[in-house]
Design a protein around this ligand. Sequence first.
Ligand code: BGC
Length: 455
Amino acid sequence: MSESYAFPKGFLWGAATSAYQIEGSPLADGAGASNWHRFSHTPGMTTNGDTGDIACDHYRRSELDVGVMHELGLNAYRFSISWSRVMPGGTGQVNERGLDFYSRLVDSLLARGIAPNATLYHWDLPAALDDRGGWLNRDIAEWFADYATVVFDRLGDRVPMWGTINEPWVIMDGGYMYGKLAPGHRSIYEAAIVSHNVLRAHGRAVQAFRASQHSAKSQVGIVVNLEPKYPASQAPQDLAATRRAEAYMNRQYLDPVFHGRYPAEMREIFGEAWPEWPQADFDLIRQPIDFLGINYYTRNVVRHEEASYPLKAVAVRQKQSIHTETGWELFPQGLTDTLLWIRQQYGDIPQYVTENGAAFYDPPAAPSGRVEDPLRRDYYRSHLRAVRAAIAQGADVRGYFAWSLMDNMEWSLGYSKRFGLVHVNFETLERTPKDSAKFYADVIASNGATLEQDD
Ligand code: BGC
């Protein structure tokens, strides 16, 4: 086989999950409720009223799941820690039993040669903090740093890779601008404040990490979701709309982290809702980080639309393309473009694809145990090729995490969308690796060489 699909030595081949989406038992062993527990228990907020009460029951089956990862040959696993398991009230008292769960998980990963990649915050805020304003309260940067310190002290000796926040944009846009996700608010004024406080919390967590006794051996970064934006035409209005869309989603968080300022477009988009921020905040936000995590799913082709609030921009559906069950266009070239764009905009920061994957309809497992998911397998093949192409063109990509290890609670869409490499039967909780999992296992075993084959 040719060398052209060989990935760099030491490349991380992983899969990702998040706490609320897989763990279940949200109130077990002294845990406090999270905003997602509340949100999913509020009638009308999730498809079929689905909640994370059981989810994949990973809280009680983590040993089994680490075994599945081992069978796939993963050498890394990205998971998130539930703040309200560790600190039931969000601040103050620490719940050792919550920490014990993650400590056991880390040990069992290490025993199988799987490098833990832990995210401190993947959207499940302690409900007690929501009651104090949540991301709207400036104090949250300190609350987050205190929580981070507890976690670093306890797990930092064994976790080589830390993500502070997963997808600041979704926290703001889903949670506070349009209200599709917890806590379900809809206010542009709040959204602006949330963006800024999420970034301040990130900065304080990076400081806490540097101050922790274990930081010399490990790395810290932030995880952003990026969608490249391409203009629907060369008309000046469409080009301007594309620039706004790109600033809103892709530069809103990266410009402050790397350059210490917001894109000029923020004021254009948010209008009077965008405040002047103190300069000291930018000094905090712009802490050097060790890596950037990129979650990539799709792209947008953008055109100007006066009536679309607040961006005055809409995505044009690409009729010729394949779309996933969540309506996202399949566009692997966008991943190559994104990884190269980062280098061009922000320099030589090591990059990890921390999420990439697709929801497709899967048939139930056949009696033989086989779950055929050719569309997902093709999705992985084309996107892994896209990663390899970016590396060949100079992007410093050091790892890839498939989203997701297993079917799980897709937030407001509940269990109606399946993103897993591993099928979960939500009646019996049985796990069955899909064809895409077998495909990925072969890719991993060959360090990418089998990507060259078409079938
Ligand atoms: C999130 C995941 C989510 C996935 C698919 C990402 O934005 O980090 O939690 O399940 O997208 O929607």
